[in-house]
Design a protein around this ligand. Structure first.
Ligand code: GRG
Length: 291
């Protein structure tokens, strides 16, 4: 990323974090334990990728439009999914974003409830936009978070190698578990920017390609990444019998697939006709990331 794009990236992360702080409940609200657990997860950091994509998509079309509620809604759904994913009944993780997971700091019941609360809060936030935009944001986010996408992808991922491995199954998992929320981030940003159906579709297609590339890169990091930079141990996928692109087709094919998907993402972004220089640079940096 050039210094100018790094500056935009830093500004969008700052804007996302300020919006997350302002638009979600404080740890001092009742019941304290629930709100503290929600804040523990929300304030733990992370790349803020989904809100940044949303804000950047809006700003590529209409810089004056305010996408903060949509951006925070995306981070709430993402954070809920991480809290639930870390539970002993799913991935059973002790660390997330370099910090102890919510059920480790609190307990499992609190972690389930903190996730549930964040999911509901997300739709309160999409509903806060003006009526037509709120309707479209809610529909896009609900579909991405729902049984055919985030939850459905997670279901099949949980079954993992207990069922036969195939590229078709792997792509269903990647599209659902990862790409749907990334595509929704760009499409929701486009909705707030006032994009028509065709432009929305180009943003969505860009997010679908980017999301799949992001997941293949994520799986490769779990294979040979640096646990310190990642903030969690590596090797979990192999230990848990997870389906991965490199597991089915090999590391070289996985790296080639990332290149092809990234190129498709960049073409879709160009086709939106917006001011997408930053988004293109971000997409490129994400698939080359170390954490
Ligand atoms: C529990 C319904 C439900 C879904 C869980 C998010 C998820 C689905 C599982 C977590 C494991 C995983 C590898 C998911 C794929 C999506 C992904 C790469 C999540 C991590 O996103 P980042 O890297 O995380 O943006 P940060 O911490 O930076 O926000």
């Amino acid at each position: 990323m050039t210094p100018a794009y790094r500056e935009i990236h830093a500004r969008l992360i700052t804007e996302s974090e300020a919006a997350i702080r302002t638009l979600t409940p404080a740890a001092t609200e009742r019941p304290l334990r629930l709100h503290q657990a929600m804040r523990h997860a929300l304030d733990a950091g992370g790349k803020r990728l989904r809100p940044v994509l949303c804000l950047a998509a809006t700003q590529s079309i209409k810089p004056s439009a305010d996408a903060r509620h949509a951006a925070v809604a995306l981070e709430c759904v993402h954070t809920y999914s991480l809290i639930h994913d870390d539970l002993p009944c799913m991935d059973d993780a002790d660390l997330r974003r370099g910090k102890p997971t919510v059920h480790k700091v609190y307990d499992q019941a609190t972690a389930v409830l903190a996730g549930d609360a964040l999911l509901a809060l997300a739709f309160q936030l999409t509903a806060a936009h003006t009526p037509e935009i709120a309707r479209d944001l809610t529909a896009v986010l609900a579909e991405a978070a729902g049984p055919g996408k985030l939850v459905g992808g997670q279901m099949d991922d949980t079954i993992g190698l207990q069922d036969a491995a195939s590229i078709e199954r792997l792509e269903f998992i990647q599209r659902g578990k990862t790409a749907a929320m990334i595509a929704a981030s760009l499409e929701m940003g486009a909705i707030v920017g006032g994009a028509d159906a065709k432009i929305r579709q180009h943003f969505r297609a860009a997010g679908e390609s980017l999301g799949q590339a992001f997941q293949i890169a994520d799986d490769l990091l779990d294979l040979d990444g640096d646990p310190v930079l990642l903030g969690k141990p590596t090797g979990a996928d192999a230990a848990k019998g997870k389906l991965t692109y490199h597991g089915i087709l090999g590391v070289d094919a996985a790296r080639q697939k990332i290149i092809t998907l990234t190129a498709a993402c960049l073409v879709s972004l160009d086709t939106t006709g917006g001011d997408v220089g930053f988004l293109k640079a971000l997409a490129q940096s994400l698939v080359e990331r170390k954490n």
